[in-house]
Design a protein around this ligand. Structure first.
Ligand code: GTQ
Length: 363
């Protein structure tokens, strides 16, 4: 029995509770069930990969209705296994498309992105008619309501991280979508059966939304399809590491900016890359956004500290994924004395910022 209820020896209070329950009312003083606090967690790549490869054997990728339209292994926060979600707002999953397979065209209100882990560069996602080749480390955006289908015409597997704001969209009762078969295309020339026709070549988005660009492009700047090439990101990290421009809490830190607004990657998801120099140890900080990390290269430890979320030392190696909950103190250590460590991360920071709910404490 709760403290408040224990004190209610007055039979009139009990009667009031019963009467209110009958009217679907509650008293501010009555106990309520709290949502569980999310916990820090690390998913070793070996475990993810083993299950993903097995899914490649037993889960058929096919047409909507007769098989899975996407083959992904989803990261689940152990505090909310019943919800099968990575964070309260975001889902990170790992997707496999085998040689010769296609994942059919659809679009949805949830924003999505892909970060490529394994590819020989021959696979691509078609986003609103643009071929976006997938090389390891590339970041491919499929913003809210953009059509997308995935293709692997190569002879090796392609594996990537999917990140979607689907839990936020569902929480807001704003999750909807359509497959190409049911939908109407904006431009009939884009579509053929369950896949789009390629109308724009790979790299078109970086020209069209580049520094020299058409003055009156009629697009909603918040939702432009875009790909950030890893060769560019890596060169920037290396150049800044050389110049020693380091953030005390995150090392060399890059935001993947929206190319038109200069704002976050997408309205609901921000992406970052960070480099920790050999032996580097960062200072702890905490903030009200929650973050999922993927280790691009290197090894280290993220100490996730104190408070109601518990304290954990997450020891990571290449390709592992880990989660740092909102408001958790955390700091990074690159445990190699010779090699840099590079992390890719996604967070719901833009949501918190746009609602005036973002806070950060630095030690
Ligand atoms: O590849 O379009 O992990 O629609 C979840 C939903 C991937 C995708 C996911 C999706 C996709």
């Amino acid at each position: 029995m709760s403290e408040a209820e224990a004190k209610s020896e007055d039979p009139r209070v009990e009667a009031l509770h019963e009467r209110m329950a009958g009217y679907s009312l509650g008293g501010h003083w009555q106990e309520r069930q709290q949502a569980p606090a999310l916990v820090p967690h690390l998913w070793p790549w070996a475990a993810i990969y083993e299950c993903l490869m097995e899914s490649g054997e037993v889960i058929k990728l096919g047409h909507v209705g007769d098989a899975a339209n996407r083959r992904t292994v989803q990261l689940v926060n152990p505090a909310i296994t019943n919800l099968k979600s990575t964070t309260r707002t975001l889902q990170m999953s790992i997707q496999l498309v085998k040689p010769g397979e296609n994942a059919e065209c659809h679009r949805h209100s949830a924003a999505a992105l892909r970060f490529i882990v394994e590819s020989d560069g021959g696979s691509y996602t078609n986003v609103d008619g643009e071929q976006m080749l997938m090389e390891p480390g590339d970041l491919v955006l499929t913003p809210n309501w953009t059509w997308h289908d995935h293709h692997n015409p190569s002879d090796t597997n392609v594996v990537w991280l999917d990140v979607l704001d689907v839990h936020l969209a569902k929480y807001l009762d704003a999750m909807y979508g359509e497959t190409y078969d049911q939908g109407q295309a904006d431009n009939a020339n884009y579509f053929e059966g369950a896949s789009q026709t390629v109308v724009y070549p790979d790299g078109y988005c970086r020209l069209r939304f580049g520094v020299a660009r058409p003055p009156q492009d009629q697009v909603d700047p918040r939702f432009v399809p875009y790909t950030y090439k890893w060769r560019d990101t890596r060169a920037t990290l290396d150049a800044l590491a050389e110049a020693d421009v380091s953030d005390p809490h995150d090392g060399i830190l890059l935001d993947f900016k929206n190319p038109l607004t200069g704002g976050p990657t997408m309205p609901t998801i921000n992406c970052r890359a960070q480099l920790l120099s050999p032996g580097e140890e960062t200072r702890p900080h905490n903030h009200t956004s929650s973050t999922i990390y993927h280790v691009v290269e290197g090894e280290g430890v993220t100490a996730v500290g104190s408070g109601k979320n518990g304290s954990r030392d997450l020891a990571w190696a290449e390709k592992d994924c880990f989660f740092v909950p909102s408001k958790s103190w955390h700091s990074f250590k690159n445990t190699s004395k010779t090699d840099p460590a590079i992390l890719f991360s996604v967070s719901d920071k833009p949501v918190l910022e746009s609602l005036g709910l973002y806070r950060e404490e630095r030690a």
